[in-house]
Design a protein around this ligand. Structure first.
Ligand code: SF4
Ligand code: SF4
Length: 358
């Protein structure tokens, strides 16, 4: 029989930083999804209600499942001070320091390669190794983020940490800059002990959220969250949230950056997550002026392709309006000949909003 320890050793060898095993059981937290959906907090993410019954229990995804192997991969590549970003000559644009021209905020997880692709390859390798090593045949499926699995719940029960008030999985030693991925399988593996809640009386993430998207500890109204508004939303950003968007162009790290467990963050040296030149702290004006072809090649093979060029331009227009950056404002008025995505009517409506900001 293949052991949990052997699987964890192999996971480490394949580049995963954390690995734990949860029993595939009907944990009470799995049932919260239904009421969360009923409150409308998923917004336009229609795949969530569509897959709700699968998400309610891993055994609906893999019939007869007995274990969920959960892995965590550290993606953080910088220290706790965001003004460090842009140093080290890793961007073609001028490094930015406190008090200088505002830069385009891009979530740390999106600076490198697409984690879906990178981790799927590693997870499939782990599953293939398990099939070779296991004397008994078994059914198993590997998922990286996009599967119908409430991975944070299983991660907690696999002992990787706890689900914080900011809804992220927090490991007490590593923090929350983690990609999660999992293998659901029919093998009966020795489970780990559940991670214990360690937020205590802290409310830093709730206090820091610019849109009050954390409506209760551990409850996110995605329709207010900048990550949803800048990535998942395909239509215009609601007026009431545009100012709060600040200079966020893709995602938001605020509720993680303020977390005490991320104040001395470990840094990954994995080549896959190292910031691509141009994504670490780009100037808003430079990003807007980048032709569509250049933007496309900048984000190719990375997570930011999800927002599409028109979505990125929409977000950039709002960020420029919020920035007070005269050069970036001027860039909005320049001819868009090599930037056809800027002519998208939705983008233009946001450009107009930005101009009205004065
Ligand atoms: S990601 Fe940003 S907007 Fe979303 S809950 Fe966290 S702080 Fe709020
Ligand atoms: S900021 Fe505080 S309350 Fe929020 S997740 Fe971190 S420890 Fe928990």
């Amino acid at each position: 029989m293949i052991t949990s320890d052997a699987i964890k050793r192999k996971a480490t060898e394949l580049g995963f930083d954390l690995c734990g095993i949860a029993p595939a059981e009907n944990f009470p937290e799995l049932s919260f999804l239904r009421s969360w959906l009923d409150r409308g907090y998923a917004g336009d993410m229609s795949w969530m209600p569509r897959s709700a019954s699968l998400r309610a229990d891993a055994r609906a995804v893999v019939p007869g499942a007995r274990s969920v192997i959960v892995t965590g991969t550290l993606y953080n590549t910088v220290g706790s001070d965001p003004t460090e970003r842009g140093e080290g000559g890793q961007t073609p644009f001028a490094p930015l320091r406190r008090g200088q021209t505002p830069f385009a905020e891009i979530s740390r997880y999106a600076w490198g390669d697409d984690y879906h692709d990178v981790l799927k390859t590693r997870l499939e390798a782990l599953l293939a190794w398990m099939r070779r090593e296991s004397p008994e045949p078994f059914a198993g499926c590997a998922y990286v983020d996009t599967g119908p699995v409430q991975e944070r719940v299983y991660a907690q029960y696999a002992g990787l940490g706890w689900i914080g008030k900011n809804t992220c999985l927090i490991n007490p030693e590593v923090g929350s800059w983690l990609f999660l991925s999992e293998i659901i399988c029919t093998l009966a593996l020795e489970p780990d002990t559940q991670g214990l809640e360690q937020c205590g009386a802290c409310t830093r993430c709730l206090d820091a959220c610019p849109t009050d998207a954390l409506v209760e500890p551990g409850v996110l109204d995605a329709t207010r969250c900048l990550s949803y508004l800048t990535i998942e939303l395909r239509t215009g950003i609601p007026d009431e949230h545009r100012a709060a968007l600040g200079t966020h162009v893709y995602g938001c790290d605020i509720c993680q950056a303020v977390c005490p467990y991320n104040q001395a963050p470990l840094q990954s040296d994995d080549a896959a997550w190292q910031p691509r030149a141009g994504l670490r702290a780009p100037r808003l004006a430079d990003l807007w002026r980048t032709p569509d072809a250049g933007l496309r090649s900048l984000i190719k093979g990375g997570p930011m392709t999800r927002a599409k060029l028109s979505g990125l331009r929409r977000n950039l227009a709002v960020a420029i309006g919020n920035s007070g950056d005269a050069d970036a404002r001027a860039a909005l008025d320049e001819p868009d000949v090599d930037r056809p995505s800027a002519s998208d009517p939705m983008v233009q409506e946001h450009v107009e909003w930005s101009r009205r900001r004065g």
